[in-house]
Write a protein that binds this ligand. Structure first.
Ligand code: TMP
Length: 199
């Protein structure tokens, strides 16, 4: 089973992922961007305020392709539970916010375009826990240390996450991440327990 954690920067997602890691010692815990050299390239691009958004999308997507073949698919083939801190939805939400519609020929919708790129090769998540937090709280908690953590940008990212939830309500579980972190972690734990028991 492939369980993904998604949400804005500062939603408590990584802390919740760490809490789950202690609880499921036999599961494979992983994240995107990865720590491979593809992930290093992604990190370089994230530090560059002038990075071309399409080039950046493909760097993130290359990192995902490598993550799939090196970590995710082998673990799933072994029958493992895979829990990943960010996955495809991060690209659909963040890079669709970076790619203005004017960038794509024919006024193509960036989110749909990015989904199409992934559809032909990715492994879709079985379930996704979405840590929902308002952009102001997210930016404040994250400290706006990179270009993706600014309020106006995070507003667009959040709208994209909402589109994804609307399109596949059965896959997503929403957690109110404006609550104190211990409550958020408890909620994530409960959902993970239920979702993994269902399988
Ligand atoms: P993190 O906050 O989970 O460490 O993620 C690092 C940043 O990378 C975060 O600001 C979101 C961004 N990101 C994307 O823009 N697209 C992606 O596909 C992924 C995986 C992360």
């Amino acid at each position: 089973m492939l369980l993904t954690l998604e949400g804005l920067d500062g939603s408590g997602k990584t802390t919740a992922w760490e809490a789950l890691r202690d609880e499921y010692p036999d599961a494979v815990f992983t994240r995107e961007p990865t720590d491979s050299w593809y992930g290093d390239a992604v990190a370089r691009s994230m530090r560059d305020d002038d990075a071309d958004p399409l080039a950046e999308l493909f760097l993130f997507t290359a990192d995902h392709a490598d993550h799939l073949s090196r970590v995710v698919r082998p673990a799933l083939a072994d029958g493992a539970l895979v829990v990943t801190d960010r996955y495809t939805d991060s690209r659909f939400a963040y890079q669709a916010a970076s790619l203005a519609e004017s960038y794509l020929a024919g006024g193509r919708d960036p989110l749909n375009y990015i989904r199409e790129i992934h559809e032909v090769f990715t492994h879709p998540p079985d379930a996704t826990i979405y840590l929902d937090v308002d952009p102001e709280t997210a930016a404040e908690r994250a400290g706006a240390t990179n270009k993706f953590e600014r309020v106006a940008y995070l507003e667009r990212v959040r709208e994209n996450y909402e589109r994804l939830v609307d399109a596949e309500p059965e896959r997503f579980v929403r957690v109110d991440a404006t609550r104190p972190l211990p409550d958020v972690i408890d909620a994530v734990r409960d959902h993970a327990e239920r979702l993994t028991a269902d399988r």
